[in-house]
Design a protein. Sequence first.
Length: 254
Amino acid sequence: MYKIGLKLWSTNQNYIKEAIHLFEKGVYQYIELFAVPGSYEKFINLWKSLNIPYVIHAPHSYVGLNPAKKEKRNENLKLINETMRFANDLNVEIIIFHPGVNGEIKETAYQLGQIKDPRIVVENKPFLGLNDEICNGSTLEEIKFVIDKAKVGFCFDIGHAINSANYQKIEHFKYLNEFNKLQPKIYHLTDGDFNGVYDEHKHLGKGSYDIKRIVVEILPTDCLITVETNKNFKDSLRDFEEDAYFLKNITKKE
């Protein structure tokens, strides 16, 4: 059975109590922790105190880390170093990086390759960001390029691939299956507009994605799958719990 991941930010101490409760109930099997810049010193001991496995997600361009830009190398390095401190202290096996925006895919491959860590995976992106920025790594060719040049693994965000397929006018499941051939180490799943180009992070069953078909055709039975849906409450994870049960109730049997 696949393992379900809860996506949290490193500053989300408000969800700690509920996260422990849901983990103990078996609702999910790991936390994917987004390393908020500048949060390590204040929050690392809190996360270390939990007996829960982790995956680390590095900061992205909206909070300062943009590996697509050569002029950002020094700033990126500081954020990468903090990310690696989170990863090392929490004993993770996977560290997820976005490829950056409004820049060069060769620069992305160079900067990720310089980290020289086998735990790193690159995540595919929509063609357009939420502010209409052009995302690196939105196409199969760019993701393959980064994987090959930087010697990194792959994080398959299914919603992002659907968004990119729509922008490029490619049939959805043909595109999903091509990405899936890259042997992802981890998957991201949300719901959204099956014909849209923007990432929406809707709760499972609340959009028009064919989640059943995605589970049956795309997800390996033993994969890591982080549910990246929105959080509707500041003091509760009951919406995530509903998403997790929705996913669990979709079996691979017709």
